[in-house]
Design a binder for this molecule. Structure first.
Ligand SMILES: Cc1cc2nc3c(=O)[nH]c(=O)nc-3n(C[C@H](O)[C@H](O)[C@H](O)COP(=O)(O)O)c2cc1C
Length: 381
């Protein structure tokens, strides 16, 4: 089966509430994602590449199952917590229109136009507040998601804390490991409960949390998902902060990989310059094409650090490149910048066929495949 491109309701439908999306029968509407006229070759169907969907659009096992079957070989189950947490007010997703193709921090802080009208290149807001069901609900469902993982594919369990306590991170990690999921991702790119700044800007606290999580989960590989670590109000990466984060986590054996980036926090305004989101939300994360520059820059910086560590101690760390991937070229750009794996959230939400587009490019465009596609494909497990 080929997947149609430009299918607007793949994975998450922004016109429905989070809970309506959660209950949606995604298998039932999957037929609209397929083109009737062609069939993927078994070569493509059996092919595995280090590409997938990061925490977010895959709300439960039904979403994971369709994503695996659509050729996304690394699927991340949306971030869970050790207890339930309500979603932010609707709407959670608006279309965002930066003045230039790239969204930079100056504009993000001043105000970016956001509304319900789609535009190209595609950027959306993502203001969910990391909702979670109770573990009694998500644990058995995560096991089902794991069952839908085919040979060579991988399910990642994303988690974060609940009440600001380190214990709530550890509990969530242990609950995921109980389901049989073999790779964990700790989301440090949301505000830590009770504070306004993102957890990843506090390497000492990340160090404490990852130390306790790692002690609890043993050999299960642990990734941390981080934001674009900039100097306040600028596009400049804070090298010292990044170095400190790596040395407090990777070098101490607590973390085996780093995923970057999450979204660019932005003030969203309507055409009258007023707050575009209800419920007193001043800022929201923005994802999509406009943040690709930031994801690529972080990937390149992380790669340089990883190489240095590799030279020193013989082992680097895994780099997961995320942000603004919506085409095969974007995927190769991330591999060339040093990513070991590449993830796309917004892209596949509006183009169900992205994974197969990349696979077709690898099979039918040998020059590309040799330069960046097929070399170095080793999944974690
Ligand atoms: C609908 C949606 C929900 C998301 N929820 C989460 C989440 O629960 N945890 C997380 O770490 N990132 C979350 N993200 C952020 C994505 O994982 C990703 O880092 C970000 O969207 C940038 O990638 P993109 O430009 O390909 O969308 C979410 C993104 C979207 C679009």
């Amino acid at each position: 089966m080929w997947y149609n491109i430009n299918v607007l309701n793949f994975l998450y439908n922004r016109q429905l509430t989070y809970y309506e999306n959660y209950s949606r029968n995604v298998e039932g509407i999957a037929s609209s994602w397929y083109s009737k006229f062609s069939v993927e070759t078994s070569e493509l169907q059996d092919m595995r590449i280090p590409f997938g969907i990061p925490a977010g659009p895959l709300l439960n096992s039904r979403y994971c199952a369709v994503a695996f079957s659509a050729g996304y070989d690394i699927c991340t189950y949306k971030t869970v917590r050790a207890g339930s947490q309500r979603v932010n007010d609707f709407p959670n997703i608006l279309f965002v229109h930066p003045k230039q193709p790239e969204l930079h921090f100056a504009e993000a802080e001043c105000g970016v136009l956001a509304d319900t009208t789609p535009s190209e290149p595609l950027n959306i807001s993502n203001s969910f507040g990391v909702p979670s069901f109770d573990p009694d609900i998500w644990q058995p469902d995560m096991q089902l998601a794991l069952d839908s993982c085919k040979y060579g594919q991988r399910l990642v369990g994303s988690f974060q804390g609940l009440d600001g306590s380190i214990k709530s991170f550890v509990d969530a990690a242990k609950l995921i490991v109980e389901t049989g999921v073999k790779v964990l991702e700790l989301n440090t790119s949301c505000p830590n409960e009770g504070t306004s700044s993102l957890l990843c800007f506090n390497p000492k606290l990340v160090a404490k949390i990852t130390e306790e999580v790692k002690n609890a989960v043993g050999d299960v590989p642990l990734l941390i998902k981080i934001a674009y670590l900039n100097r306040a109000g600028t596009d400049e990466i804070d090298e010292n902060l990044l170095e400190e984060l790596v040395s407090e986590t990777v070098l101490k054996g607590r973390v085996q990989g780093i995923a970057a980036i999450n979204t660019i926090p932005s003030k969203l305004v309507n055409s009258s310059g007023e707050n575009a989101l209800t419920g007193g939300r001043q800022t929201s994360g923005v994802c999509g094409s406009g943040i690709k520059w930031a994801g690529l820059a972080m990937t390149a910086h992380l790669k340089a650090i990883s190489r240095r560590i590799q030279d020193k101690i013989g082992a680097g760390f895994r780099i997961v490149g995320v942000g603004g991937v919506s085409s095969p070229d974007d995927y190769f750009d991330y591999l060339n910048a040093g990513a070991d794996e590449v993830m796309a959230a917004t892209g596949p939400m509006y183009n169900a066929g992205l994974a197969y587009e990349i696979k077709r490019r690898i099979v039918y465009d040998e020059e590309r495949a040799v330069s960046g596609g097929l070399s170095g494909i080793t999944l974690f497990i």
